[in-house]
Every structure is written in structure tokens, then in C-alpha cells.
Design a protein around this ligand. Structure first.
Ligand code: NAP
Ligand code: FE
Length: 365
């Protein structure tokens, strides 16, 4: 057996997490750039909690609250300009995956004034000023991953910046997810589930990542009931935030696999929310496996008898019809396989025919 394991993020998970662990921020500098989406951080209390603590610590702060869903590289560059002008020492990303991912890119560009929104993708091993991440959705696990996924209009694709950008501190408090609308709760929960599934059925698994996945599947075994019946208890919220973080810890080692890469294309062209884009492809992805051993084990831990049982749950949760043609599917499949890296985490032989097949069976119903 051999494996490598690297996870440098300090994780704090508790109620009133920001206030209780403010000492973790004290040593990061005297000026912070807070990066959020347009509204939610101000409405769920996370922004106010952070400002209160920064004021107590005499850390000055400015706000960049312009991060859109599936943030563009231009938004990342704009945030970085504000950070550079104000000479901030660290960046605090508060929100769903979009603001947290944007904060990561911003931290790299602030550290490297010589790098721009194009060279950031091709420069190797860029470092960054410290990042603090506060998730307010339970799905991406971005608070503990090194990925930063951005939309690149020129190339018509969503892609990872290609840098290793781990937050220094992750502050997880499920109270910020308490008022998440039902549809965002579902979309993001399916994202967390996809990370666990894709990390478990991956060519790069190791015993550590299986621990995260199997704990995550056990959480979903209980949580499916809450998701299906809209029973948003405090315990459910905490468990989803934990499952999301476990999925993040897992894909930080394994990376995701086919549904994520194929789903990014659906998000870019068809505006399908990130979690749903993975979820809608999950059943056919799982059915494509010739060796079903790990798929069966995963279903067993989730308390399900078959892929179709999982499909029935996902069907109930995902109310979505993607308007798509066979020609578009052929196009997207060609884009997808044009970069062989997108196939490399799949443990079995796979080519464009199978990719087309997964898209077709998932979308042309
Ligand atoms: P998101 O795009 O960050 O946010 C979706 C929506 O949820 C926004 O309208 C946001 O509003 C709202 N929202 C966030 N927190 C809320 C709260 N507590 N209450 C009410 N509304 C809230 O969604 P996401 O699914 O978390 O992130 C998706 C992004 O993460 C994608 O770009 C995806 O590619 C990326 N991702 C990254 C990783 C990684 O490892 N880095 C993994 C998976 C996915 P506001 O805009 O007003 O904040
Ligand atoms: Fe994801």
C-alpha cells in the first residue's frame, strides 16, 4: 500500500464558530478583503459576525460583494485589483462555492501582481496571501479544497485555475445554512453527494479518502429522508455541512470525475446549477461501470438496493428538464474528451461513445 496525504487547512466546526475561534484570524494580518456574493452573506448573519470579530481584533476590512454564481475570471481579477489597491494582508471568502472559489483566485493575484487573468492558468505553483473560508451552503466543500473553479467566457468553459490554493482557516457554522431555500439546499446537497460518489469511484482512491466517503454515505442514508420531505432540522443542517466538508477533504485528494467535468459544460451552456448538473448525470455514470464492486458497496452504505433506487430519489429531488439536442450533446462530448485529463480519474477504459451515451441517457428522456 502507498499513498500521499496533504491537507493544510485548520478546520473549526461549531456553533458561533467565527466568534469562538477569532484567535485563528488574529495572526493573519491587519487588513482583510472580505469576498461575498451579492446578498446572502448580509442576510444570514455571517458577514456581520465576521465584521464584529475583525473590529474586536482591530483588523481593518473592505468588502468586495460582487461575486456572481459560477464566478468569471474577470470578477476574480476585479476583486484582486481592489485588494491590491487597499494593500490587504489576507482574504476572507464567505458564501457558497462561488465566493470561496473567487477568494482563492483573488488571493493568488494579490500575491502576484505580475500574473494576470490569463497567465494564472498556465503559471505553475503560484502561492497566495492567506485565505479564510466560511461556507454558507452545504455542498462544495471548497473551504477545505485547493480548487478554484471559474467561468472563462473566451474559451466557453468552466475550469479550475490549476493552482493548489488551500484556505489557511475554515470556519464552519451550520447556522448560516439554516435559512437556505429548499432548492439551494437540494442542489448543494447533491453536489456534496457527487463529490463523495466521484471520489469513491475514482482511479486515485486511498484508504484515507474512503474513510471520508463512507462516513459521508452513512450521513446521506439518514439525510435522504429530510431532503425528500423538506425536514430541515438543526441536526440535518449540521450533518449536511459535515458531509459537504468530508466530500471536500476527499476530492482534495482524489479530484472529482466524469459527472463534474461533464456537468461544468451543462452549467456553462445550459445554466444548470452546479449540483444538479452533476446529479442529473450520476445514475448513468454509475451504470457505465463494468466493475460494480465499489458502486455496490457505496449503495449498501447508503441503505439502497440498486442504482435505480438512487435514481428514484434523485428524480424526486431534481425537477429539471434540460432543453438539449443530439447535436449539442455530440459537441459537448467532443469538448469534454478534447482534454484527456478529464478522463484520467475514471478507473475504467472510456471514450467519446460512452460519454455521449451518458449524456443522452441522462438528458434525452
Ligand atoms: P453559489 O454559486 O456560491 O451560490 C448559489 C446561490 O446561493 C447564490 O444565489 C447565493 O446568494 C445563495 N446563497 C449562498 N448562501 C446562502 C445562504 N446561507 N442563504 C441563502 N442563500 C444563499 O453556490 P454553490 O453551489 O455553493 O457553489 C457553486 C460553485 O462552487 C460553482 O462555481 C462550482 O463550480 C464551485 N465548486 C467548487 C468546488 C471546490 O472544491 N472549490 C467544489 C464544487 C463546486 P449570493 O450570491 O447572494 O451569495
Ligand atoms: Fe462540485
Amino acid at each position: 500500500m502507498e499513498f500521499k496525504y496533504y491537507m493544510p487547512t485548520r478546520i473549526f466546526f461549531e456553533e458561533n464558530c467565527i466568534e469562538k475561534n477569532k484567535e485563528a484570524l488574529a495572526k493573519l494580518g491587519s487588513k482583510a478583503l472580505i469576498v461575498t456574493g451579492k446578498k446572502s452573506a448580509k442576510m444570514n448573519g455571517s458577514y456581520d459576525d465576521m465584521v464584529k470579530v475583525l473590529d474586536e481584533l482591530h483588523i481593518s476590512h473592505i468588502l468586495f460583494d460582487e461575486v456572481e454564481e459560477n464566478p468569471s475570471i474577470e470578477t476574480v481579477a476585479r476583486g484582486a485589483e481592489i485588494g491590491k489597491e487597499n494593500k490587504v494582508d489576507f482574504v476572507i471568502g464567505i458564501g457558497g462555492g462561488s465566493p470561496m472559489d473567487a477568494a482563492k483566485g483573488i488571493a493568488v493575484l494579490i500575491k502576484h501582481p505580475e500574473i494576470n487573468q490569463e497567465t494564472i492558468f498556465t503559471s505553475k505553483g503560484l502561492d497566495y496571501i492567506p485565505i479564510v473560508a466560511v461556507p454558507t451552503t452545504a455542498g462544495t466543500g471548497s473551504e477545505v479544497t485547493h480548487f478554484s473553479v471559474v467561468s472563462v467566457k473566451k474559451e466557453q468553459i468552466k475550469k479550475n485555475l490549476g493552482q493548489i490554493i488551500f484556505p489557511e482557516v475554515a470556519l464552519l457554522d451550520a447556522k448560516y445554512t439554516e435559512n437556505l431555500p429548499y432548492h439551494i439546499t437540494v442542489n448543494t446537497a447533491i453536489d456534496a453527494l457527487s463529490h463523495l460518489v466521484e471520489g469513491y469511484t475514482n482511479a486515485t482512491i486511498n484508504p484515507m479518502t474512503d474513510l471520508y466517503a463512507e462516513k459521508g454515505f452513512a450521513i446521506f442514508k439518514e439525510a435522504f429522508h429530510n431532503l425528500l420531505n423538506n425536514e430541515m432540522t438543526k441536526e440535518f443542517r449540521e450533518n449536511m455541512l459535515l458531509a459537504s466538508m468530508l466530500g471536500g477533504l476527499q476530492i482534495a485528494q482524489t479530484s472529482s470525475s466524469l459527472p463534474h467535468g461533464m456537468g461544468h459544460i451543462l452549467t456553462f451552456f445550459k445554466k444548470v446549477p452546479h449540483g444538479l448538473a452533476n446529479g442529473i448525470l450520476m445514475v448513468e455514470y454509475l451504470k457505465s461501470f463494468k466493475n460494480t464492486q465499489r458502486v455496490d458497496r457505496m449503495l449498501h452504505i447508503m441503505g439502497l438496493n440498486s442504482i435505480d433506487d438512487l435514481g428514484a430519489i434523485l428524480n424526486q429531488l431534481i425537477e429539471l428538464k434540460v432543453d438539449i439536442t443530439e447535436e449539442e450533446i455530440a459537441e459537448y462530448a467532443a469538448v469534454f474528451v478534447s482534454d484527456k485529463n478529464r478522463l484520467k480519474n475514471h478507473p475504467e477504459e472510456i471514450g467519446i461513445e460512452e460519454i455521449i451515451d451518458i449524456y443522452k441517457k441522462s438528458l434525452l428522456k
